[in-house]
Design a protein around this ligand. Structure first.
Ligand code: BG6
Ligand code: MG
Length: 220
């Protein structure tokens, strides 16, 4: 039996969540706002626009539309400068093997990311071909925690939503997967991702034959 395997990008496949954090912190500082790691968990998985809105709300700040757009562009520029340093070494442990195993088993694979930079990043890492379909921030109108990115990916794979498994490092992404009725696997800390059906600190911590286990798993 086939399932649809849907992967978030930033913080699941590649170690770019740290770059988003650094770039947002610099940006926030430029408008006199500071935020911590805990607040950053609320930015993970969240679209660029909504991230800046959250940061402004934390600082009780407002910007004109023009300033808002220029700050978003500035953040992205700094982020892309950090992304430029990416190499295949930044693919997170165990993910590449996991993807290859899924492919060998003939299981459908999708990317489901909020990022508008997803395609060039996958290309840079040389792993674009491992995905049957890619749905990213350029393809959807409703951002996580809305399930649109995952339901679109599932529909493109031709797999029923309840037979999809989503890998996520963010609270918003886990909520999106749950809202889609999909099995949610958290990558990160149990405390943060407690809404997920299961949580692992990394792909290397998953049990042996985990894919076979997932193929039999039902959404709670
Ligand atoms: C998500 C990241 O994958 O993409 C967020 O977790 C980021 O931190 C969002 O804000 C949008 O990404 P981008 O690259 O379009 O700014
Ligand atoms: Mg993520």
């Amino acid at each position: 039996h086939k399932k649809g395997f849907i992967f978030d990008l930033d913080g699941v496949i590649v170690d770019t969540a740290k770059f988003h954090f650094v770039a947002w912190q610099r940006l926030a500082k430029s408008i006199g706002i500071d935020f911590n790691h805990e607040q950053n968990e609320q930015l993970k998985g969240v679209s660029r626009v909504n991230s800046l809105k959250k940061i402004l709300a934390w600082g009780n700040a407002t910007l004109s539309e023009e300033e808002f757009n220029s700050k978003m562009a500035q953040k992205n520029e700094e982020y892309l400068a950090l992304v430029d340093t990416l190499t295949t070494d930044d693919i997170l442990p165990g993910v590449h093997d996991f993807l290859l195993e899924l492919r060998e088993m003939g299981q459908p694979i999708a990317l489901g990311s909020a990022s508008k930079n997803a395609r060039p990043i996958l290309k840079k890492l040389g792993i674009s071909d491992l995905f049957d379909t890619i749905v990213d921030g350029t393809n959807v109108t409703k951002a996580k925690p809305d399930p649109e990115v995952f339901t679109t990916a599932a529909d493109q794979l031709g797999v029923a939503h309840k037979y999809c498994v989503v890998f996520e490092d963010s609270i918003a992404g886990v909520q999106a997967a749950n809202a889609a009725g999909m099995i949610s696997i958290g990558l990160g800390e149990q405390d943060v991702l407690h809404e997920a059906d299961s949580v692992y600190s990394s792909f290397t911590e998953m049990p042996e034959n985990y894919i076979t286990e997932l193929l039999m798993k039902k959404k709670k």
